[in-house]
Design a protein around this ligand. Structure first.
Ligand code: GLV
Ligand code: MN
Ligand code: MN
Length: 417
């Protein structure tokens, strides 16, 4: 088969270009609606047009790159990923699936397949206190007026940041108050290409991950209140040290992950203490705690155990504990039938592959939860590093999965036609 749009070179070049849209500093920092995100968004629209595609924004800045002949409301095979990054993240998370989708949409349009690329505005939750907002909007599940007042770390309102991006041409008009984001297209099936972000494929020498489950997660913010006292004069047996209690909870969290074992993981991802001075016993502390598992019952058990242990530690130390459960995501099975088909195709093409679960969350979860037959394909990540500037996947490995996706999407186009 001849390819003109999807080549190893075009994939690498466009990924390099997309990585330039970033705040200064190590790695890539492209947060939803910020100036770098807007510049990347406008660049993607231009790239799509140069490849013969139309670029259609929805009301919160999700982008569809598609055959101009496809009218809004059409059913499409959707392939894509997210445009935002974490702070000081890597060049491939979200970006690979975005660029691969752009090239696949151009390539498959030339072959008459109803494949459209989607680029979600936000997946990471790295600017506003909510994640997966892009895909929820894309699926018609998000009411913008309900998120309007969420604020970023600088106090900027979500609605104001979105409006500024809209004025630059990165989003369509807002829907009436109380209405959800209107859908542009409806997905009959969905595919996301992504780097693995873990060490499994590389350590097994596999080139392709066929993902059939995405781990769910629960997040809990813990606030501990003890007594701030003079650190030089307060005897050790008369202290109610909030930071020492928090430290014990951090270790209990780690122990829970170890005891549970793969695919369960548990992380204390953030810790702070007040007043944060040498000479004051900390009177307050805060923790960000997270558990993940691919099995719903195990995930619930992990959360319950974490909460019980945190309460027991705080109570033994005479420290007050407030737990605020944040929005989580359910463990999400993807389409077993599509995974079987992809496995058979990979075997037939002699691509070393592994069927696997994803420990990281992805836009694909929302499609699958919405009843869309959905699948993810992973590429190996060097040393399993991700959410870090050292994120790396070899150009050849990126190409193998994208070329495989082209064949898979062509087969899907035949079966849904
Ligand atoms: C997304 O990257 C997540 O898994 O938190
Ligand atoms: Mn990520
Ligand atoms: Mn991602």
């Amino acid at each position: 088969m001849t390819t003109s749009f999807l080549t190893l070179e075009s994939l690498s070049e466009k990924l390099d270009q997309l990585a330039t849209f970033s705040a200064p500093g190590p790695g890539v920092t492209r947060l939803v609606y910020d100036e770098h995100w807007c510049a990347a968004h406008l660049w993607l629209q231009r790239e799509a047009r140069a490849l013969g595609l139309a670029a259609t924004c929805d009301a919160i800045g999700n982008l569809w790159l598609h055959d101009p002949a496809l009218q809004p409301g059409a059913r499409v095979i959707a392939v894509g990923s997210h445009l935002d990054s974490v702070t000081r993240g890597g060049r491939f998370d979200g970006a690979y699936g975005t660029i691969a989708a752009l090239l696949l949409a151009a390539e498959l349009r030339a072959q008459g397949a109803p494949v459209a690329a989607f680029v979600t505005c936000e997946e990471e939750g790295s600017r506003f206190p909510m994640a997966l907002t892009g895909v929820r909007g894309l699926l018609g599940q998000l009411v913008p007026s309900e998120c309007a007042d969420k604020r970023d770390a600088n106090g900027v309102r979500w609605a104001d940041a979105l409006q500024a991006a809209r004025e630059k041409g990165c989003a369509a008009a807002a829907p009436p108050d109380g209405s959800p984001v209107p859908r542009v297209f409806t997905a009959s099936r969905q595919l996301e290409l992504h780097i693995e972000q873990g060490p499994v494929l590389e350590s097994m020498g596999a080139k392709l991950g066929v993902v059939d489950t995405i781990a769910g997660y629960r997040r809990v913010r813990a606030r501990l209140t003890g007594e701030a006292r003079h650190a030089g004069t307060t005897p050790m047996d008369r202290r109610r040290d909030a930071l020492a209690a928090a430290a014990e909870i951090v270790l209990a969290t780690e122990a829970l992950g170890i005891e549970t074992g793969a695919p369960g993981v548990a992380t204390a991802g953030g810790a702070s203490a007040e007043p944060g001075l040498y000479n004051v016993v900390p009177g307050a502390a805060a923790l960000l705690l997270e558990v993940r598992h691919t099995d719903a019952a195990s995930l619930s058990r992990m959360e319950e155990t974490l909460v019980e242990r945190a309460r027991a530690i705080a109570s033994r130390r005479g420290v007050a504990l407030e737990l605020e459960v944040q929005a989580g995501e359910a463990a999400t099975p993807l389409s077993a039938a599509l995974a079987d088909e992809a496995e058979a195709m990979a075997a037939g093409m002699a691509i070393p592959y592994r069927r696997m679960a994803s420990g990281a969350g992805h836009d694909t979860m929302a499609f699958a939860q919405d009843g869309v037959p959905a699948l993810m394909l992973f590429t190996p990540s060097r040393l399993g590093i991700s959410h870090h500037p050292d994120e790396l996947t070899k150009a050849r490995d990126l190409w193998v999965a994208a070329a495989f996706a082209r064949e898979l999407l062509l087969a899907w186009a035949k079966s849904v036609a």
